[in-house]
Write a protein that binds this ligand. Sequence first.
Ligand code: HEM
Length: 515
Amino acid sequence: MHCYFKISSIMSLGLILIFIVIICYFVHQFMISRPKDYPSGLVRWPIFGSMLQIYWRNFKHPFMAVHQLVKELDLPMMSTYLGNHPVVFINDPDSIRELFSKPEFQGRSPGLVAKLRSRNKDKVLGVIFTDGDEWSEQKRYALRNFRDLGYGRRSESFETVLEEETRNLITLITDENSVLMKDGVAEVPQIFYLFHLNMILNVFDGERLSISQLPDAVKLVDIAFLFLSSTEPTGGAFDFLPWLQYVLPWKYGLKDIVDTSTILNKYLGDMVKKCKENHSSEHLRGYIDIFVEKMLNGKHNHPSYNEDNLVNILVDFWFPAVTTVSAAHGFLFEYLLYHPEVQINMQKEIDLIVGRSRLPTLHDRKNMPYTEATIREALRLKPIVVMALTHRCTKAAKLGDYWIPENTLLSPNLYNYHRDEKLWKNPHVFDPMRFLDENGEIIKKDPSLPFGVGKRVCPGETFARHNLFVSTAAFFQHFSIECPFGSPLPDLNDLRNGINLSPNPFKVKIVPRGT
Ligand code: HEM
């Protein structure tokens, strides 16, 4: 009897051991197995996938963790699982360009943040997070019409507005009662909020805010930044672990995402309502009127021409128009504080080409390569949309030597691209001269890609470059910047997180230039 129990307990133990070995085998397989010809990468843990490895390294800025991991592991493409979802970070320049160029890789995968932002439970709207027929129709339509409103090519009416807003920017700083300035010190990028806000409002309905409405502008753009800082470039926990919203409903920025989206959708929704109320087919004031006209006269056979979608399209253009360019100004100013010699060179060029009696215009851009190169260099080192926006593979296809299955998410690592030693000499050094040839002209083949390229390219590229150039040149025509007395130089790694990167606001001393 005793012996029988002994044998049966040994057998039970053996069975338990075999069971444990089998479980371990399957867990191990789950953690390391990858589809055939798929890039290698981080281990996949149950539930969280590879997220903990990324967040553990840098919880605040996960894109930096990805950047370090890619370097340490030397992976041109790094496969991960974010939650249960396969995501490949594409790091080497050739593969990034291939990704942007192949039709199979131009999808999007709307996550929870996109759905919350659309304020529509069933459907993601707008252009940033959509793909397929509705996306291509709306992106094409917006671009075609925005171009006529000065958004993509030179136009007299657009340049008049640009000049007026540039003048207001200077007035805001020089005005004795300016609320922006305190003892000659102002906050960056806040000083540019009204300028960038008005440039996009002009495209929407032709109505801009006056200088006295500056506090409203600051409030609105701050709301946009609050939304952004609740998201992050590697996708965000909520997108890949949507159940978190029920476990931690108000943690990690979810409340901010919902609140800010509600405010901004209402703000742009009210703008649409107002335009509809006093719509006149004879006098189209901006994109809203053009879209409403198309809805009203029924000259379309596409379901995406509806009011809900219009509001979301406006949100998709409004957001980057006020945040990305403001952030670009912020990063540029930081680099100029570190490199006063670049500021001086830029001012020499401005004085030579524009002088002091008039404001710089778009016409001057081709004659001011150093100023242009300085802006490009800031965008290279801090490309703002550091991981572009996540692409989705719509049909299994080859990328480099690898095979990417359908529905895999692809993250073009633009941060890595702009610091890759194969493309850039001394990539971590701020040096505008790299964008100039031996004759001092902008190089013919600029390899930088801060706006992406291909079908998903940023539709605001020309608009952003035009506005950045004119406002920067006008600013340094009138002022120089310094660190406020007793303050250290701003920390280049003090970043506000978000799908788009931006510097945390910092103070600069603004010194009017003598004649
Ligand atoms: C310095 C300024 C800017 C930078 C660096 C930038 C960069 C980018 C990048 C990298 C993408 C993603 C491309 C991809 O997924 O492959 C993008 C998309 C987009 N950008 Fe920009 N952008 C800037 C300014 C703007 C402005 C001013 C607007 C609008 C007025 C704008 C509107 C958009 C939209 C609507 C998309 C989505 C396009 C799509 O999904 O098809 N951006 N931007």
